[in-house]
Every structure is written in structure tokens, then in C-alpha cells.
Ligand binder design. Structure first.
Ligand SMILES: [Fe+2]
Length: 259
């Protein structure tokens, strides 16, 4: 599996605090079957990161992982908060904030409570720069949960959706696994990532949600969401869309999600 969203770098945001904790998280991820992880520190008005420093941090962490015999590849990116300040911080060319700096994909984090109009402006700006927006954990936004048609509208613009494992494992305050499954059925789930922050509360692991998706919709779909689409994003290729439209099939498996 490939984890494209993880706060694995030490001391740069609210993720790993020390190099020791980063290495512990990497070992946990590797033991869980993850081969590649993209380090995605927060980038926002609160966390204005130096791109050069983050790249150096990734190199250092990869070096330390190798020294500690942890077999995992570390790549770099950012989780960019969708806020108006992004226009002034980066008035032109968002390429430095894209995954691997290749100008193909960027992780965008919506606000949690509201859905302000500038979200569409940011999406439009990203697309105008020929960068594909990946909107992360959309089910953490209460406005989206109460109006799922927002996701349809964003999809028509070309947005890719990354869900985090809490959406599958009912790790939020409201149960979302039923919504997740309905979105999967509509082809609105492109991939799943851990959004790992530590070895305790938000772990950098994916095997539990993978197994749940595997049981619900089979190996091909699970591999697409946890390995193939993340791999394509890592290479800057276009993701494959998943369309599961057989109601009969979902009637058979829905008991797994208890709805
Ligand atoms: Fe995150």
C-alpha cells in the first residue's frame, strides 16, 4: 500500500514531535504493509513552511530510516489548507507545494465547519495552473456531509477525493462508513490515506480500512484505492475512476457496514 497523506516529519506541525517518533511511525507503517509514504506537513497561515527545509527534512528522515533498517520510501508534499491567505503567500505558481514538486497533484484541506465561496476560487486557480486538486478527508466538513451534492459538483471540475481511514472505521463523531460506501458506489472515492499524526491516536496504518473495503467490494477495488491510484499520483499519472453501480451487489454486502 502507498500512503499519500501522513504527518511523519519531526517537529514541523502537529504530527511527529521528534525523529524517534517519526522512525517509530515509519516502522509501524512498514510493518502494516506500506511501501511508500508521502510526508505531507500542514501548510497554512499557521504553518508557513519552507519548501527547501521540508525537502531537506525528508532526505534526512529517509537517511535515518535506512540507518535503522526500516524499509520504506519517503516522498514529499504538503497538505495545503484552503484559506484566502494562500493567494498572498503563493501569488503565482503552486508547483513547489505539489507532490514531489512535479506540478501534477496537490493536497488541499477544506475547512471543517463551513464551505466558503473561496473554496471554488482556490480549486479553479489550481486547475488553471494545470495541477489536479486532491481534496482530503471531505467527510470531516460538516457542510459537505449535510449536502453531498457538493462532491458531485467538485468532481465535474476534475477534483480527486482522498478519504481518510476514519471515514471507513467510523472514527469521527458521527458515523460515516455508510456515507463512505454510498460515495464509493457513486465513483466518488478515488483513494484512501492514513492522515497519520502519531503512533497513538491517528496511526500511520492502513490495513484495517483496507480489509474492510476488501470485504465489502473485493480485492480489485481495494487495491485501486490503497495502492494503484496512490501509485499513479506518485508518478504524476491520471487516476483510475471506480464505478460500482450494481445495487444488487451492494445489497449483498451492506450488512458489513451495518446499515
Ligand atoms: Fe492531514
Amino acid at each position: 500500500m502507498i500512503d499519500i497523506h501522513c504527518h511523519i516529519l519531526p517537529g514541523v506541525d502537529d504530527g511527529a514531535k521528534t525523529m524517534e517518533e517519526s522512525l517509530e511511525m515509519l516502522l509501524m507503517a512498514s510493518n502494516d504493509g506500506i511501501t511508500d509514504v508521502i510526508a505531507t506537513p500542514h501548510f497554512s497561515s499557521t504553518y508557513i513552511q519552507s519548501v527547501e527545509k521540508i525537502r531537506a527534512n525528508v532526505k534526512e528522515l529517509q537517511y535515518q530510516a535506512k540507518n535503522n533498517n526500516i524499509n520504506i520510501n519517503i516522498h514529499y508534499g504538503f497538505e495545503v489548507r484552503m484559506c484566502l491567505e494562500i493567494f498572498s503567500i503563493f501569488p503565482s505558481d503552486l508547483t513547489p507545494l505539489t507532490i514531489n514538486g512535479d506540478g501534477k497533484y496537490i493536497l488541499l484541506e477544506p475547512p471543517f465547519l463551513d464551505y466558503p465561496l473561496f473554496i471554488d476560487d482556490i480549486i479553479d486557480r489550481v486547475i488553471s495552473e494545470h495541477i489536479i486538486p486532491i481534496v482530503v478527508h471531505p467527510l470531516r466538513n460538516t457542510r459537505i456531509i449535510s449536502n453531498l451534492s457538493i462532491l458531485d459538483k467538485l468532481k465535474t471540475k476534475g477534483v480527486v477525493f482522498q478519504f481518510d481511514k476514519n471515514a471507513i472505521m467510523d472514527g469521527y463523531q458521527i458515523k460515516t462508513s455508510k456515507i463512505f460506501l454510498s460515495l464509493l458506489k457513486k465513483g466518488l472515492v478515488d483513494l484512501v490515506a492514513s492522515d497519520g499524526h502519531s503512533c497513538d491516536l491517528r496511526k500511520p496504518t492502513l490495513s484495517n480500512p483496507y480489509n474492510r473495503v476488501l470485504k465489502a467490494v473485493g480485492e480489485d477495488a481495494a487495491n485501486l484505492l490503497f495502492t494503484e491510484n496512490p501509485r499513479r499520483i506518485l508518478k504524476g499519472e491520471i487516476t483510475d475512476e471506480l464505478h460500482l453501480i450494481s445495487n444488487t451487489f451492494f445489497d449483498k454486502v451492506k450488512h458489513i457496514f451495518n446499515f
